[in-house]
Ligand binder design. Structure first.
Ligand code: BYC
Length: 330
């Protein structure tokens, strides 16, 4: 009894102390201060950032697969060199992001294992197939375009390492978006077959791209806390709307038709789009999209094939450590 009473009092003190720290933490966020790895932060802030940054890292890595599929089939040396560089950039983004997640105390191994076990999410968009060369144009134009729309505000995210990683990522994504749009422009000004191929790719990717921004605001379970902590600066629906408004004139310039007959421009200038099929989104998140199984199988194989590299790096690090210890003892 007596001991329990002491414990309760300790817990109360801790609770009061944490409440004080949480208030000071929120005041720093409200003052637009950056939170750095060694600063105190509420466990829930750490958890949501680890979740979002690791999902983002997985998306970059899995996102190499649909485009990697076309490196050997790119129609010219120039296109091949640009696509190869783009896919390598995505890998680099994944690595910066895993490094940013590690500053929160999660190891890269455990995060990757969760993804390979199918327990951690990655962006729904990468579960769709790349059937023709025009899909590579659409990915650059729309998938990278959507990614930029979402990631520019993340450059002002309250967590320092994530915000700083996003600055370089956004610069590279902007190059990716232009190379995609240039592919689309070439196809749209090409033969009738090329134009039809470009339209077909737009038809297949349009709705999945709108789903990239996440569930509608009323169904977004993390938005309230992420907005309070200034991880999110705009809601899912706000970013989706900004993306649609920016993209419609680009499609018009290409002479392509957005596959939404109900789309119309409102008096305030915004483009109103039809209802999104959220059942399809839920199915893809549940692992039942067209390519979910292939994507995970490809990542698991790459992970297994790379085991010897990790083992060799580990053995080298241990040898080096022993050498340094021996040298220090001399
Ligand atoms: N796909 O409460 P919500 C790229 C999940 S890569 C799958 O609104 P939040 C690129 C969400 O995680 C692009 N899952 O969540 C790479 C949550 O599930 P959990 C990747 C999604 O976090 C290669 C649940 O649904 N970009 O650019 O407030 C080539 C409820 O959602 C999706 C990023 O990761 C989705 N589309 O907002 C080219 C950006 N949407 O965790 C390009 C960083 C939602 O509770 N992430 N979910 O199990 C974010 O900005 C935010 O996490 C989101 C979602 C806007 C995506």
């Amino acid at each position: 009894m007596y001991t329990q009473a002491l414990n309760t009092s300790d817990a109360d003190d801790r609770h009061i102390e944490d409440a004080g720290r949480a208030a000071a933490f929120q005041a720093r966020i409200d003052a637009e201060e950056r939170i750095e790895p060694n600063d105190w932060m509420p466990a829930a802030y750490r958890k949501t950032l680890t979740r979002q940054i690791s999902q983002h890292a997985h998306s970059e890595i899995v996102g190499m697969l649909p485009e990697g599929n076309w490196i050997t089939r790119a129609p010219s040396l120039r296109r091949k060199a640009a696509l190869l560089a783009k896919v390598q950039d995505e890998c680099g983004h994944g690595l910066y992001l895993y490094a940013a997640a590690e500053t929160l105390g999660a190891s890269r191994e455990e995060l990757v294992d969760l993804m390979l076990a199918g327990k951690a999410k990655y962006s729904s968009i990468f579960n769709y197939p790349t059937l023709t060369w025009a899909d590579i144009g659409v990915i650059g134009w729309l998938v990278d375009g959507a990614a930029i729309m979402n990631q520019i505000p993340l450059c002002r995210c309250s967590y320092g390492p994530y915000a700083r990683a996003m600055i370089r990522v956004c610069k590279e994504e902007s190059f990716h978006q232009r190379q995609g749009y240039e592919i689309m422009l070439t196809l749209a000004r090409g033969s009738e077959e090329q134009k039809a191929m470009a339209q077909d790719a737009l038809d297949r990717w349009w709705w999945p791209v709108l789903m990239m921004f996440g569930p509608p605001d009323q169904a977004s379970q993390h938005s309230d806390t992420s907005t309070m902590w200034k991880i999110k600066r705009f809601s899912n629906d706000e970013l989706r709307q900004k993306f649609v408004d920016a993209t419609v004139p680009q499609a018009q310039y290409l002479g392509l038709t957005i596959p939404d007959p109900g789309m119309k421009q409102n008096a305030d200038g915004h483009w109103e789009y039809s209802a999104i099929d959220w059942d399809e989104f839920k199915q893809v998140l549940a692992g039942n999209g067209p390519c979910n199984r292939d994507r995970l199988a490809a990542r698991r194989k790459a992970h297994d094939d790379g085991a010897w590299v990790r083992e060799a790096a580990q053995a080298y690090a241990e040898k080096r450590k022993h050498r340094q210890v021996a040298q220090a003892a001399e």
